[in-house]
Design a binder for this molecule. Sequence first.
Ligand SMILES: [Zn+2]
Length: 397
Amino acid sequence: MRAPGVWNREMVEFIFCPSTATQILALPIPLHGGEDVLFWPGSVDGFYTAKLGYDFVSSMTAANTAGSSSSTPPLGNSLWKKLWSRYGLPRCKEFSWRICRSFVPVRSALARRGMAVDLICPLCGIEEETIKHLWLCCPASRSVFFAIPLALRLERFVSLPDFLHQFLAVASADAIAEWQTAAYVLWEARNKLVFEGRPFSCDAVVRRTLQLVQRPSSAQVSRQPGIVLETVWRRPEEGMIKVNVDASFKSATDSGSGLIARDSEGQVLAAAASYPVVASSPVLAEAWALRWAIILALELGFRRVCFETDCLLLFQRWQKPPDGVSYLMSILRECLSFRRFFDVMTLSFVRRSGNSVADLLARRASTYAGLVWVEEVPSEALPFVSADYLAFMPVQV
Ligand SMILES: [Zn+2]
């Protein structure tokens, strides 16, 4: 007899190739069964609109048109539009457009225009400085793009268009803003090295990127009804446990989740990480992370819990579930169905700055896969826990 809610591993592995089987087996099975339903894959939460349908078909057409050639297809309209997302500084967006259009005066471009310049990349001193080298291949820039919260692994991509296609197709608006900002700051640091002789520092580029990355403005978020704009972690009410949860989305098969549970004194009750999470979009990864956090909280015996996410869309869908079927809503409905096992179960929203411990554990989930810490956190998370703690403690005189 096979246990309910468990994949028939032998059959899946017999029918599908190894990579597909791995993806299928990593999908959680709904605990309460239910009919199979088809969802629209072209939107972040599974809901269909005519505009999304048009964008989806346009991008498929662009990909198919170029499919006969060996080169990567040009960016479709919908991907171009994503470069102009609502987050990020205008100068960073404009600069990323110049990278995509090859309008950046790197040394190889200047040489093509007849200027007598040293062709070697000033950052690594190894290869010719081209746009592809500077924003994809240079060891210095790879360190930068891996060190930012996105943790991009550029060595996986064969060309800049290949990276842009894969990244823009799945990245959220704030992830795109983060890449655009890092690309801009990298060029800024390169120019300071070339023209002012200031040494290049990966740490400095990452720090400045994080300073410049703009999250949704206070005005944007506070206009949402019922949402309290929190930018720092707040302890829960007496008798409640707050579980901060987050997901880190890198690709459909490379995402992780992290959580931390604290009481009203700010004391850590538990922390955990889960990897891999199979999800086709960041918001679905966040939804799976919430479902995982709810089940783990039940297993740990927590009964009065405030879960907290930094995913605004997930929070909005939770607050006001729309009609109709979608993959996101099927996960959220299952989350809501667990309410009966809790005395109190709520979901609140906090900006990413107030969700830093869960964010760190999610980003490091592949290292900590499946670990649960009771009344402690891994040492690298301690500074974030302390910062949260100090944020609400009264200043001692
Ligand atoms: Zn280089």
